[in-house]
Design a protein around this ligand. Structure first.
Ligand SMILES: NC(=O)c1ccc[n+]([C@@H]2O[C@H](COP(=O)([O-])OP(=O)(O)OC[C@H]3O[C@@H](n4cnc5c(N)ncnc54)[C@H](OP(=O)(O)O)[C@@H]3O)[C@@H](O)[C@H]2O)c1
Length: 268
């Protein structure tokens, strides 16, 4: 039986289908892990990508598999183009097919106008933008091949951006440039890969769990009000929506938490 052309997350128990499969990059821990578990809870078979976090990846696979059987881990340095080009074929070989990718992994190293250098820029560009483009190409090729026998086959790429692109600060120059490149790439890929593959960006504000930008510190540093922080639940909800809703394509969902008690009242 083939996977659904557009994997529905709300499955009818009366109509069982092969579990749709998704590759989540950077899924060993933090937001990637949260997203992987949320997808497994909704019936997706998850390919858990990781680089260095071997034990965390193993744990994420075990927990995903308890929710939907068949999760597996895939190690890849997304800064290495050859390794990136081998990633999807490896997942497809193991899973039989792939329906979606959530590109969550990112290099996130501090620099600023004074410390900026080409090496830092290239490192961020490779894993954060280049890898996402190569993986999107590969998903498109895979879906096009599936269309020979199942013309209804469709795929989705969701990339994690950063609301910093819309609320600029002067730090993390190389990281921000790579996310700006990824945002531009999303728009081009959405045009180039449609109608077989939808491309959607999800741009969170900083979560309280962000390892380098803790909530109060972030507010102090950049004068951002505390409500301008997303929770992992907000972000996973946006990713699920992007995967679920076929009408969302070539755009970016901006995620922030305006339900907190310190958010301004809506007088509209
Ligand atoms: N957390 C936030 O507040 C926040 C805010 C805005 C946007 N975002 C975006 O949301 C996504 C997740 O953020 P996060 O804070 O949860 O995680 P993160 O610290 O940005 O990184 C997630 C994972 O990326 C992997 N990674 C980094 N460089 C890699 C490379 N060259 N090759 C392969 N994997 C690599 C690492 O895997 P290993 O540990 O296995 O090496 C790491 O665990 C990112 O795209 C980030 O830009 C996050």
């Amino acid at each position: 039986m083939s996977a659904p052309s557009s994997p529905s997350l709300a499955r009818s128990p009366a109509a069982p289908v092969t579990a749709p499969s998704v590759l989540v990059t950077g899924a060993a821990k933090l937001l990637g892990r949260t997203i992987a578990l949320a997808l497994a809870a909704k019936g997706w078979r998850v390919a858990v990508h990781f680089r260095d976090s071997v034990e965390d990846a193993r744990r994420t696979v075990a927990e995903c598999s308890r929710l939907t059987p068949g999760a597996a881990a895939f190690r890849c340095n997304l800064g290495n183009e050859t390794a990136v080009r081998n990633l999807l074929p490896g997942v497809i070989e193991k899973f039989g097919q792939l329906d979606a990718v959530v590109h969550c992994a990112s290099t996130f190293e501090h620099d600023d106008a004074a410390s900026f250098n080409f090496a830092a820029m290239e490192k961020h560009m490779r894993s954060n933008a280049g890898a996402a483009i190569v993986i999107s190409q590969a998903l498109h090729t895979h879906i096009a091949q599936r269309c020979h026998t199942h013309p209804e086959s469709r795929g989705t790429v969701v990339t994690l951006l950063d609301q910093k692109l819309w609320n600029q600060t002067p730090d993390y120059v190389s990281y921000t440039l790579s996310k700006a490149a990824l945002d531009a790439a999303n728009h081009m890929l959405a045009l180039a890969l449609q109608p077989l593959v939808r491309v959607v960006g999800v741009a969170p504000v900083h979560t309280c769990s962000s390892p380098m930008l803790q909530g109060e510190k972030l507010s102090e540093r950049h004068g951002l009000p505390a409500y301008l922080k997303a929770t992992p639940l907000d972000i996973q909800t946006a990713v699920l929506l992007a995967l679920q809703d076929d009408s969302i394509a070539g755009t970016t969902l901006l995620v922030e938490d305006d339900t907190r008690s310190d958010a301004p009242a809506d007088h509209g």
